[in-house]
Write a protein of this length. Structure first.
Length: 173
């Protein structure tokens, strides 16, 4: 599986990094980190291909690269709004536009709350286009005893939505 993971904004970067760090070895990961996110966290412990956010001509910006799915974790409200309006002025928004036009899985994890009416309208618009809107919402039913367990639960749910097998959380029997 070829997966693009974009990390936008500065808050919530650690969750995006954990998403990448927990990917199974069979997933070919291409990671795009916005300038704000990259200034906060570096990606050194996982075998991934890093792409500059400004490199709109990167291989992953073309539908012919055959990406299976794209996840933007976390997804800033700025990135969400651009995707909803069809603006692809950087690599994260370009790979989202490609996912939409190629009808591939696209998962967005909006990171700010409370959500404004504008953000909710953008999420509804994208959801109607088949985008998976999956903010990092705590699942109290997950029976997590720590923040780390809750984060594994969130990442596991995102993997489930993208069709990536995982055992990051305890499933209901």
């Amino acid at each position: 599986m070829k997966l693009v993971v974009a990390i936008t904004g500065a808050s919530g970067v650690a969750l995006g990094k954990q998403f990448v760090d927990n990917l199974p070895d069979h997933v070919e990961a291409h990671v795009v980190v916005s300038e704000n996110a990259f200034s906060v966290e570096h990606f050194e412990n996982k075998d991934v291909t890093l792409h500059a956010s400004s490199n709109i001509a990167a291989s992953i910006s073309s539908g012919s690269f055959k990406v299976d799915a794209t996840a933007i974790i976390p997804c800033s409200m700025n990135t969400l709004a651009k995707i909803a309006c069809g603006i692809s002025d950087n690599l994260p928004t370009r790979v989202a536009a490609v996912a939409l036009k190629e009808q591939k899985k696209l998962l967005l994890a909006p990171r700010e709350m409370p959500f404004s009416a504008i953000a909710l309208e953008n999420m509804l618009k994208l959801s109607r286009l088949g985008v998976i809107i999956a903010p990092p919402v705590m699942g109290y039913y997950s029976d997590s005893d720590s923040l780390e367990e809750m984060e594994r639960f969130l990442i596991g749910k995102w993997y489930d939505a993208l069709g990536i097998e995982n055992t990051l959380y305890t499933r209901w029997e």
